[in-house]
Design a protein around this ligand. Structure first.
Ligand code: GTP
Ligand code: MG
Length: 288
């Protein structure tokens, strides 16, 4: 796949993250609980190596609960504090507040020793596009301060948001990285909506998605959702969805674009169930 997923503004954002690093005490790295490793920017380990970091596995409500717990354990074992989070559910807020307080404790102690009381803690929110960074900020702020939307590239520039309790949060635009080493990560990012759909061959992506669901033993979630029965090849599934929905031109020609949109969108908003596309074992296996 030849995709231009790294437009110029992403390089600019990367430079901006580095410039703002000295202004913040904590980096909150937001990743997608359905694709934890594919959604982690490999450049961040290096850029943020000297900062206190908190990893948030967001959209946890859309991910497989069992695998999410394995992922949390996996990150703990490699020394990263991680929480499972759903930014759209206000009842979850306390979990993030507690994790943030825990991450801030040492920093506050250090300030106190130097005589600073009630100094504002500054946290920068970073992550790939569409992972829920702005929604997470709004959940902490208890108001709609940052613009959100279910397509990548909503946040265009940085924005500071002040919270009660002496915390400032810096919202930043989502960035991907210049080169994907493996096609699997690129596909995972395309499936979940981190790459702009208009630079993607959406019909091919949808077919790859069906193949992936078959591999993961999750194809039943597609068959049930659209009430389909017989299929032999993965493409039969796309054809059958189109026929069921009437996505056909001139009575014969399948509208693959519309079908792909429907299927991927249903996955992205959780209509196919709670599905995680990668496990910690795949990562361990890859490094062996
Ligand atoms: N189900 C679910 N949806 C979420 C969650 N967090 C965010 N969303 C949705 O995901 C979409 C993207 O959210 P944003 O907060 O705009 O994402 P962002 O990371 O700021 O995106 P960019 O600014 O484009 O980089 C929106 O439709 C949100 O409602 C979550 O935890 N669960
Ligand atoms: Mg945003």
């Amino acid at each position: 796949m030849n995709i231009n997923w790294y437009p110029g503004h992403m390089k600019k954002t990367g430079d901006m993250l580095k410039d703002n690093l000295k202004l913040v005490n904590i980096v909150i790295e937001v990743i997608d609980a359905r694709i934890p490793e594919s959604s982690r920017n490999p450049q961040f380990d290096k850029i943020f190596k000297d900062k206190k970091r908190l990893l948030v596995l967001n959209k946890y409500d859309l991910a497989d609960p069992f695998l999410s717990r394995s992922w949390k354990e996996y990150y703990k074992n490699i020394g990263l504090s991680a929480i499972l989070y759903n930014s759209t559910d206000n009842k979850e807020r306390k979990k993030l507040e507690n994790a943030l307080a825990e991450s801030s404790r040492e920093i506050i102690e250090r300030y106190k020793k130097r005589g600073f009381i009630n100094k504002t803690i500054k946290a920068m929110i970073v992550g790939i596009p569409n992972v829920g960074k702005s929604t997470l900020i709004n959940s902490l702020a208890k108001r709609k301060s940052a613009k959100t939307g279910n397509v990548p590239g909503i946040t265009k520039g940085k924005q500071w948001i002040h919270l009660a309790g002496n915390i400032d949060l810096l919202d930043t635009p989502g960035i991907l990285w210049p080169k994907f080493d493996d096609e699997k990560s690129a596909l995972n990012l395309a499936f979940t909506g981190a790459i702009k759909d208009d630079v993607l061959p959406l019909e091919e992506i949808a077919l790859k998605f069906v193949e992936e669901m078959i591999k993961l033993n999750k194809v039943n979630s597609i068959l049930e959702r659209y009430d389909l029965q017989q299929w032999v090849k993965p493409l039969d599934i796309l054809n059958n969805i189109a026929l069921k929905k009437g996505f056909v031109f001139n009575r014969t020609e399948i509208d693959y674009f519309r079908t792909a949109n429907l299927l991927l969108n249903d996955f992205r908003i959780g209509k196919l169930g709670k599905i995680t596309l990668e496990t910690p074992e795949t990562i361990d296996g890859a490094t062996d």
